[in-house]
Ligand binder design. Structure first.
Ligand code: ZN
Ligand code: ZN
Length: 207
C-alpha cells in the first residue's frame, strides 16, 4: 500500500516546472467531490477548462505537505480553480504581474491568468486562491497585453473610446520622447566627464 506522502507528492517549491507534473494533472483530473459537482455546471471555470491543455507544473512559495495541500485544495472551489488556472493559463511576466503577486502573496510563485475566460475570472489564479480575488489589481487594471475593448454600441461610444485610446497613445509617445531626451542628456554628460578625465590623465606636453 502507498503511504500518503507517496500518494500526494510535495509540490514543487520555487519556479514553475515546464513539464506538467502530479499537481497539474490532478487539477485537470479534478478528483475532489466539490470540484466534480461544479464541473457539471456549464458557464463555470471548471466546466470550461475541463479539456484545456496543461502548460506547466505550478511552483509554490513555501514547502507544503502534499497531503495537506490536497486537502486544502478540496475545501474550496476557488482553490481547485486556482490550481487549474495556474497549470493551464497564461503566465504574466513579473514586471507586469498583479500587485499582490509582486508583493509575494498567494501560494504560487507566478502570476497566471485565464485570458479567454475573463468573464468568469477577472483575477489571477494566485489571488483567486482562498477566494481573495478582490485584492487582485487585475480586477480594475488587467495586464495591458490582455486588455480587450468592448465593442462600442453607438457611434458616440466609439468616438469616446477612440479619443481615449489616441490620448493614451499620445501620452505614451510623449513619455517615450521625454525618456529619450533624458537618455541623450545623460549620455552627453557622460561623454563630457569621460573627456575631462582623459585630459587629466594625458601627460602635459612640455612647453
Ligand atoms: Zn497575480
Ligand atoms: Zn492577482
Amino acid at each position: 500500500m502507498e503511504s500518503p506522502s507517496q500518494a500526494y507528492p510535495t509540490p514543487v517549491v520555487g519556479q514553475d516546472k515546464v513539464q506538467p507534473g502530479f499537481w497539474a494533472h490532478t487539477a485537470l483530473k479534478n478528483p475532489w467531490p466539490r470540484g466534480k459537482r461544479v464541473r457539471t455546471r456549464p458557464e463555470t471555470l471548471l466546466h470550461e477548462l475541463q479539456t484545456a491543455s496543461l502548460r506547466r507544473e505550478p511552483g509554490v512559495r513555501t514547502l507544503k505537505n502534499g497531503e495537506d495541500f490536497y486537502y486544502t485544495i478540496g475545501t474550496k472551489t476557488a482553490n481547485i480553480e486556482a490550481l487549474l488556472v495556474q497549470s493551464i493559463g497564461e503566465r504574466i511576466d513579473i514586471e507586469e504581474a498583479c500587485d499582490s503577486c509582486q508583493r509575494h502573496q498567494g501560494p504560487f510563485t507566478s502570476c497566471v491568468i485565464a485570458p479567454d475566460l475573463r468573464h468568469l475570472l477577472t483575477t489571477c489564479a494566485n489571488c483567486h486562491w482562498g477566494s481573495k480575488g478582490q485584492r487582485c489589481s487585475f480586477t480594475s487594471q488587467p495586464p495591458v497585453a490582455h486588455t480587450t475593448i468592448d465593442k462600442p454600441e453607438t457611434l458616440e461610444e466609439l468616438e469616446e473610446t477612440l479619443a481615449k485610446e489616441i490620448l493614451a497613445r499620445d501620452s505614451a509617445i510623449a513619455a517615450f520622447h521625454e525618456h529619450n531626451r533624458r537618455i541623450k542628456e545623460l549620455l552627453s554628460t557622460k561623454a563630457t566627464i569621460l573627456a575631462e578625465k582623459q585630459q587629466e590623465i594625458t601627460p602635459k606636453l612640455p612647453s
